[in-house]
Design a protein around this ligand. Sequence first.
Ligand code: ADP
Length: 257
Amino acid sequence: MNAPILQLHNISYSYHSLDGEIPALTDISFSVRQGEFLAVVGPSGCGKSTLLSIIARLLTPEGGTIAFRNPDGSLNYPKTGYMLQHDHLLEWRTILGNVTLGLEINRQKTPERIAFAEKLLEDYDLYKFKDKHPGELSGGMRQRAALIRTLVMNPDILLLDEPFSALDYQTRLAVSGDIGNIIRTTGKTAILITHDLSEAISLADRIIILTGRPATVKKEVAVTLTKTDDSLLAARSAPEFQHYFNLLWKELSHEKP
Ligand code: ADP
């Protein structure tokens, strides 16, 4: 089993507003291994996005420690990719222009990196749309383009904050399956926040269940599904699927939003 590349130890965080202190996270501890796909579920408003912002180092925890490590155990600041509910593609740029935006901003738009972006577009069936604009693509294709924009930067860890929740149900099923497979084939470490229990079970290796606010880890569930292939349908048809669903439902039904 791979070594942990991310370790959170007793993380706590509160927001401070004119109305007073809003404790969002308390005593959160867990680790994530290289190449692992972790899902985080919890009641709405419990602190899931706050947790992701701390992992992305957009917020500094008030208490506890967070450590990123290389596979040899040395400390590291990983390159982090973020994917949100909305794709935030720039409508006036082409798809290729969008997926190479990060390279441009970071002055890394070399022929090799552009070729890498084009290869990703080719691998994930968007190459023939590279000169189109986002408005000409379906919601699912846009979300795939958003993932490619992130992968082009070659992140060590992908943070996914409800990335499928703006999509209609059918597209959501197709796109979450596609994106799950892309992440697995690229061997990336991923942390997915979702309120969709079926999505968490079908995509993740392990699920962290958070309590109501201030969130702490209520339970960790390792997911093992007997699948005939890598499709989302195979995951959802696995004999163990209902067991995990019932377990998560039971744990969460005791938590107040
Ligand atoms: P979740 O992602 O689980 O829905 P969040 O992490 O977005 O929850 O928010 C956790 C709690 O912190 C919520 O009660 C929310 O209202 C509060 N909160 C989030 N951002 C701020 C902020 N900038 N200022 C004050 N309170 C905030």
